[in-house]
Design a protein around this ligand. Structure first.
Ligand code: SF4
Length: 328
């Protein structure tokens, strides 16, 4: 039923979708946008995703922040005003195991009231330990819901296990993580079946875990040196996806990162987006010192500072929100 409704909505003209999506967003969320920033702790990875700059078979400089570096990164990022941080690593059980993440969170929580993670999928008891340490959010993307394409794109590493990844949001919800972001990487194949499958995934999670705050991300694949070329997902396609998501799921969060260029973010956020990253870097380190020349997971398109993004939101009469959550 959801699939039918989604395909009917995708067939509507963009202007109609945009007006309805904006109306629902203002009704549900007012004129507010939550702001966050990513903090890359490491770029070691055991997987070989064909589309990623951190793939294990690429010869890039591998790095991992130690306790003192994490502290200075946090201090520099917190000084900008960010209070909601997303900690990222590649997916390496050897280089960034649970013990490393727990110790990183001990440092990070001195600076930030809200901590999310985007790391290798784990078992429920590991997520429980992270919740007890202070983690309250998780981002995990299925990349594609097409099993054959998934197998081709993930030729090595634990990420080959489609089902384990698919069940990751449920394990995190069981463990008590309160905000969970799921998504598909647009551009790996035809976006339409992936987005419809993502909506079905969200619907089943919301039914099973009504207390969890789920959100959606629609990252568009960017060309990375040494990686496969993306299928085109146009600006109009992405606007259509955001609008349909908002209409089908009026209360769900929708994230828009600095992968997207400034002109696109400025024009589109009011149609359904609730959370944006700002002032981001996608290299390991990079807030405390310049990491020019170091390898990034992907290039940022919107390079504006947090202050510039705040000013843009204010000019459109939106309030930036830095945190809605305090750890007790
Ligand atoms: S997408 Fe994630 S798991 Fe895949 S190679 Fe990149 S960092 Fe590793």
């Amino acid at each position: 039923m959801l699939k039918v409704r989604a395909s009917e909505l995708f067939a509507l003209d963009l202007e109609t979708l945009a007006q309805e999506a904006q109306r629902i967003t203002r009704q549900q969320f007012g004129r507010t946008i939550a702001l966050y920033a990513p903090l890359y702790l490491a770029n070691y990875c055991e997987n070989q995703c064909l589309y990623c700059g951190f793939s294990a078979n690429l010869r890039i400089q591998r790095e991992k922040l130690g306790p003192e570096q994490i502290d200075s990164e946090c201090a520099a990022l917190a000084a900008t005003g960010i209070q909601n941080v997303l900690l990222l690593t590649g997916e390496s059980h050897r280089h960034t195991p649970l013990s490393y993440l727990l110790s990183a969170v001990e440092t990070v929580k001195k600076y930030f009231p809200s901590i999310s993670i985007e790391v290798q999928p784990m078992d429920t008891q590991d997520y429980r330990a992270l919740v007890e340490a202070g983690v309250d959010g998780l981002a995990v993307y299925q990349e594609t819901y097409d099993k054959e394409l998934y197998a081709r794109l993930h030729p090595a590493g634990r990420k080959r296990n489609f089902q384990y990844r698919l069940e990751t949001p449920a394990r995190a919800a069981e463990a008590g993580i309160r905000q969970i972001s799921i998504g598909a990487l647009l551009g790996l194949g035809d976006w339409r079946p992936d987005v419809e499958a993502l909506f079905e995934h969200l619907q089943s999670l919301e039914k099973e875990y009504p207390g969890v705050d789920f959100s959606l991300s629609f990252p568009r694949m960017l060309q990375v040196e040494g990686a496969m070329a993306p299928c085109i997902v146009s600006d109009a396609d992405l606007v259509r996806i955001i609008c349909v998501a908002r209409i089908l799921f009026p209360r769900v969060g929708i994230n828009l990162s600095t992968r997207e260029p400034a002109y696109f973010r400025d024009h589109v956020f009011s149609l359904g987006v609730t959370k944006m990253s700002a002032g981001s870097t996608t290299t390991v380190g990079g807030y405390a010192e310049s990491m020019e020349g170091h390898d990034a997971q992907f290039s940022i398109s919107d390079e504006r500072s947090l202050a510039e993004v705040k000013a843009m939101l204010s000019s459109k009469e939106y309030d930036p929100v830095f945190t809605d959550w305090r750890r007790m």
